[in-house]
Design a protein around this ligand. Structure first.
Ligand SMILES: NC(=O)c1ccc[n+]([C@@H]2O[C@H](COP(=O)([O-])OP(=O)(O)OC[C@H]3O[C@@H](n4cnc5c(N)ncnc54)[C@H](OP(=O)(O)O)[C@@H]3O)[C@@H](O)[C@H]2O)c1
Ligand SMILES: *[C@@H]1O[C@H](CO)[C@@H](O)[C@H](O)[C@H]1NC(C)=O
Ligand SMILES: *[C@@H]1O[C@H](CO)[C@@H](O)[C@H](O)[C@H]1NC(C)=O
Length: 302
């Protein structure tokens, strides 16, 4: 039986559109069913047949249990974790309470879902868990609060689960043009960064934010491209552990592995942000000019 003849349990809005043409049975979930209109339209003929939409709040234990119980034999062959929230700002301005909320969704919810689907996967001796993470734990080029323990967690789990023929895959997009950035910027515009010194606020507003925005505009992928890359990984017989969706980030990732003291990557990112702002700006613009015709094709996973 091919990998796609399977029950997919997906916390996402975009994938089902690709998957419903296959023989997969897709369960697409969202916490607010009021937002399902767009997906229903995309799903067309598949709706309520190979694609079913269910309510799920990944941070609520009961909601996850209820959703899983409604699946025949609780048989989930492929789990895709996509729900995520972001927060960006100087660390002094982020309350511990808000920080915990981010981890509730971006980390603990992933762990919760994995815990719930694993026993049945182990019993069957097959399964695939996909987690939408981000490249280098970076949002754009700069580290922000979105950096996450997910990659390390998934890497150690991948080793343990291989024994049971269960695969884990991290999808690592760079910037993606979704509502994500807009939501972050809205939050930032509301914040007056309590507890943060003026110099830090100035760097954040005058250097970090504009370059982050520029990176989104210049290097941002469509969610479609990320969905396609994910579908490709799901279709593999031996799914890869890591899939970067934006080739423009490969050199940056290489820095991290080229020098295991971390000096190289830390210094490079520092210089990009604080010393070579104008060069950075220039190269992004150059990149935009050079690639305006073929860029879309180049970042599309094939
Ligand atoms: N956009 C980027 O640049 C980027 C880059 C790298 C990685 N990512 C990752 O990609 C994933 C998708 O992000 P996106 O760009 O598509 O952002 P998005 O447009 O903000 O979508 C995130 C989705 O997660 C849902 N969600 C949040 N909390 C939830 C919960 N407790 N239960 C169920 N659903 C919940 C949101 O639902 P509501 O509509 O109800 O809020 C929303 O539909 C995230 O994990 C994000 O971290 C994004
Ligand atoms: C799909 O199923 C949902 C929930 O059972 C129902 O509310 C909706 O009307 C159905 N839509 C179609 C097009 O069958
Ligand atoms: C790290 O980089 C700095 C600046 O380039 C350099 O002065 C320092 O010697 C480097 N340290 C190591 C251990 O390579």
């Amino acid at each position: 039986m091919g990998r796609l003849h399977a029950t997919l349990f997906i916390i996402f809005l975009v994938f089902p559109f690709y998957l419903c043409s296959s023989l997969a049975s897709v369960i697409a979930t969202m916490r607010d069913l009021g937002k399902r209109g767009k997906l229903e339209t995309e799903a067309g003929q598949c709706l309520n047949k190979s694609l079913v939409i269910k309510q799920l709040d990944v941070t609520q234990e009961d909601s996850v249990k209820k959703c899983l119980e409604e699946i025949p034999d609780q048989k989930v062959d492929i789990l895709v974790n996509n729900a995520g929230i972001g927060q960006v700002g100087p660390i002094e301005s982020i309350s511990m309470e808000d920080a915990k909320k981010v981890f509730e969704t971006n980390f603990f919810a992933v762990m919760r879902l994995i815990k719930m689907v694993l026993p049945a996967m182990k019993k069957r001796g097959s399964g695939h868990i996909v987690v939408i993470s981000s490249v280098l734990g970076l949002q754009g080029i700069q580290v922000d609060f979105h950096s996450s323990p997910i990659p390390g967690f998934c890497e150690s789990l991948a080793v343990q689960l291989l024994k049971f023929n269960i695969f884990i895959s991290l999808i690592e997009p760079g910037p993606v043009n979704t509502e994500f950035e807009m939501k972050l910027m809205e939050e930032v515009s509301r914040s007056d960064f309590p507890g943060t010194d003026p110099e830090t606020v100035r760097y954040f507003k005058e250097l970090y934010l504009p370059s982050a925005h520029e990176i989104f505009v210049t290097l941002g992928q469509t969610p479609d491209a990320v969905a396609k890359a994910t579908v490709k990984v799901i279709g593999m017989d031996q799914p890869v552990f890591r899939k970067q969706t934006n080739p423009l980030y490969t050199p940056l990732t290489a820095l991290k592995y080229a020098d295991n003291t971390g000096n190289l990557s830390v210094r490079t990112f520092y210089n990009l942000q604080f010393n070579y702002g104008s060069i950075f700006h220039f190269s992004l613009n150059l990149l935009r000019c050079i690639t305006c015709n073929c860029f879309r094709r180049r970042v599309m996973p094939v």
